[in-house]
Ligand binder design. Structure first.
Ligand SMILES: Cc1ncc(COP(=O)(O)O)c(C=O)c1O
Length: 424
């Protein structure tokens, strides 16, 4: 078979575009944070991960400008050889202090950090990786990249315990989990996980992309919010969400970080985080540590918005984070509602299989401190109108079975056939 055959055969995006439901790669021509211009019209942005609204904070902007002036636009090489800036090191020191870990290592993206770190650690002779089924793609791919012969998935703490109980000691093992799952906003019970860690002796890798800068005192993250930060062996977080930039870091014991610094291929063989991005992340970290009013506004907004959508009958899966999922069930309906929301001035994103179980599609929304009451009221008006117009499920989603196939695919194939028949 021609190696490019799958590309030529690929039809899904064309079908979705022709149906007018395509929800990806929307072209933004401007943004002020809570409001964006998309496809020529302004929309309230409920589809970002800008959890502290810092992408347009004056101090963050100013720091990025100053770094551009001082260092130029790029490092043009890896930190290992020629692109290691004072800024990267200051960022690492302040992150170590903030997270309470001995050392940290800054990468050019969160994906590269997870991929490289798990790829390396999972390659240790006899290693086992337990990865939560809802984990981010970078964790899944990192474990795969390690060619770790024993990657095991677990679906919740009970399932992990059941699997662990088969052997008394798991000292050669890394348990890897997100702190907050990115689509549903579900927070992991890290206390229960740490209980298992004490019993079975594994190491714990926490991806706190969506908890860092959101949960716990000053946004120290999911583990800090549950009082178990010291039990996390390796803490990962990205700069591309609360810290309003690009890049990511891994924090842990000094010898572990020193080893990673010299061995992780995605760090050594990839250009360093650009100066403006490093400076923006550092400035955002400082603002976050200082300005407690950000968290007050964030949680007030989350509360207001969540209660508002629940009044319309949306199921929000018990979220306690700025991620407010609206359970829709049908993928086709989620795509249609996102399209209509955008046409009415609200930017949201659908989440379908494999990001969520089949038949459990969501509209993912998220709220930031920089949304005004007016922004949120506009968004609620639109989501209220959509809830009245469409049959959104009112049952508890956890009681609903998973589907056997992706309904968006079958619906569109049927639709394409009908189109074809009508035109012939
Ligand atoms: C849970 C999780 N981990 C890792 C990443 C990767 O982070 P980055 O955007 O910095 O590549 C993301 C980003 O989507 C994420 O949601």
């Amino acid at each position: 078979m021609d190696i490019l055959e799958p590309c030529y055969a690929y039809q899904d995006s064309r079908l979705v575009k022709e149906a007018g439901l395509y929800p990806y790669f929307h072209t933004l021509s401007s943004s002020d944070g809570p409001v964006v211009t998309v496809e020529g019209r302004r929309a309230v942005m409920l589809g970002s991960n800008n959890y502290l609204g810092l992408t347009h904070h004056p101090e963050v902007l100013q720091a990025a400008h100053a770094a551009l002036d001082r260092y130029g636009t790029g490092c043009t090489g890896s930190r290992f050889l020629n692109g290691n800036l004072e800024l990267h090191e200051t960022l690492e020191q302040e992150l170590a202090e903030f997270t309470g870990k001995e050392a940290t290592l800054v990468f050019s993206s969160g994906f590269l950090a997870n991929l490289g770190t798990l790829g390396l650690l999972g390659g240790v002779e006899g290693a086992v990786i337990f990865s939560a089924t809802e984990n981010h793609a970078s964790l899944i791919d990192g474990a795969r990249m390690a060619r770790c012969r024993r990657v095991r998935m677990f679906d919740g703490i009970d399932d992990l315990e059941r699997q662990l109980s088969q052997t008394p000691s798991w000292s050669n093992t890394l348990v890897v989990t997100d702190g907050v799952f990115s689509m549903t906003g579900r927070v992991v019970d890290l206390r229960a996980l740490v209980e298992l860690k004490r019993r079975y002796g594994f190491r714990l890798y926490l991806d706190d992309a969506h908890g860092f800068g959101v949960l716990g005192p000053q946004g120290r993250g999911t583990a800090a919010s549950q009082g178990v930060a010291d039990e996390v062996d390796l803490l990962f977080a990205t700069f591309s969400k609360s810290l309003a930039s690009l890049g990511g870091f891994v924090a842990g014991e000094q010898p572990v970080i020193e080893y990673l610094r010299h061995k992780v291929r995605t760090l050594i063989f990839s250009a360093a985080l650009p100066p403006a991005s490093a400076a923006a992340a550092l400035a955002a970290l400082r603002v976050m540590r200082r300005d407690t009013s950000l968290f007050v506004r964030l949680w007030e907004n989350v509360e207001f918005f969540r209660k508002g959508v629940e009044k319309f009958g949306y199921q929000t899966l018990g979220t306690s984070t700025p991620i407010v999922p609206l359970f829709i069930g049908s993928e086709t309906l989620a795509f249609l509602m996102c399209r209509e929301a955008l046409d009415m001035g609200v930017f949201t994103t659908p989440a379908i299989y494999p990001a969520v179980p089949m038949g459990h599609a969501l509209i993912r929304t998220s709220v930031t401190p920089s949304h005004t009451r007016e922004h949120l009221e506009t968004a609620l008006e639109v989501l209220g109108a959509l809830a009245r117009r469409h049959p959104i499920p009112k049952e508890d989603p956890s009681k609903l079975p998973h589907a056997r196939e992706m309904d968006i695919v079958t619906t569109l194939q049927r639709w394409a056939m009908e189109q074809q028949q009508a035109s012939s």
